[in-house]
Design a protein around this ligand. Sequence first.
Ligand SMILES: Nc1ncnc2c1ncn2[C@@H]1O[C@H](COP(=O)(O)OP(=O)(O)O)[C@@H](O)[C@H]1O
Ligand SMILES: [Mg+2]
Length: 298
Amino acid sequence: MNMTTPNATMKQNSAPIVSPGNGSPMGGALSIKNLTKIYDPEGVNVCAVDDCSMEIAAGEVCMIVGPSGCGKTTLLNAIAGFHSITSGEIRLDGDLLCGPGKPKAEQGADRMVVFQNGALFPWKTLAENVAYGPIVQKRMSKSEANDKAEHMLAEAGIGEFCSKYPGEVSSGMARRAEIVRALINEPKVLLLDEPYRAMDALTKSIMHESLLETYDRTKVTIFFITHDLEEAIFLGDKVHIVTTRPCSLKKTVDVNIPRPRTYESLSSEEFRTLMEEVNEAVHEEAVKAFQAGERELA
Ligand SMILES: Nc1ncnc2c1ncn2[C@@H]1O[C@H](COP(=O)(O)OP(=O)(O)O)[C@@H](O)[C@H]1O
Ligand SMILES: [Mg+2]
């Protein structure tokens, strides 16, 4: 795995950086231009993303909302370097991740992914899980990584569970530990693919508070896929609504609710107006997806 230094200086031939929104000192501006991805299983073309462009400023919380099967995970996989793209380009702080002559981004610690179904090693404690990456990548000594893991788990409010195994804690705690495990690498961008999808509303609300606290502390750029419109507006600086498959940008809604956000924000007039705006755009696409017979994907 190629490990890119989080604060690497820009290459001289790179394109201009898109304007840093919340001014994250770590960078993390993502530029997606005319991205197309066609899968070709057994010679049958499936166009998942078509001419999709979006700009995500450094330090922005960018929420992606769209119908099931429309191509959201495909987009995330292209950014993370899990899949190749067919055409278009993706840049991070001006540097080409993938594009002409480079169909697949290299995977790197500058873009860390947190998945829907969780991915902690069940045989390691939460602290060992968090410390694992920097130790195997030889970026920290074992004791340094362990100390940092314990410190970061404590910051995330789960310090007393450091020596528990994933099977011994709730799904909410495990998910928090996974986010800490991603953040110990000091990524420029945190990529989250419906991380709270299977959770009940109460656990979800605790997860939201915890993520907002983490964001206020780190100002890491967040690319967050969700189906939950309330979640999208509560967490996001911007909500990018994407079309039914093939995925392209339909509409961007700016969320100008001040931070730090609290649950009182949810009952504001501004919040309700934004919900209506997002709902209308998503509903149109959901109807199209339903009529096209798109299947619900995991
Ligand atoms: N590896 C693959 N090979 C072929 N088709 C795929 C593959 N991964 C996803 N697809 C197809 O691409 C489309 C978009 O999938 P995905 O990006 O997972 O959607 P979403 O995350 O929005 O639910 C779907 O039609 C899906 O079946
Ligand atoms: Mg998906």
